[in-house]
Design a protein. Structure first.
Length: 71
């Protein structure tokens, strides 16, 4: 399953990211500062911001599921 996780470097997001990776999902991990995203199997870090609607649409395209851990 192809998943986008928004807020992947935060407290909750990093835990969700680890679980998704452990379960073998391909994850596009999105954060404003992608260098803070943990390097895990099948995880691709991408820079993104929830306030950039056009950019977010591009990041979401082609994925099966979107998970948001942004408060």
């Amino acid at each position: 399953m192809s998943i986008v996780l928004i807020g992947a470097s935060g407290a909750a997001g990093s835990r969700i990211l680890k679980e998704l990776s452990d379960r073998g999902h391909a994850v596009t991990a999105v954060a404003r500062h992608p260098e803070k995203i943990a390097r895990l199997p099948k995880v691709t870090a991408q820079q993104g911001d929830v306030f950039d609607e056009a950019g977010l649409v591009e990041l979401l395209r082609g994925h099966d599921v979107v998970v948001s851990s942004v408060h």
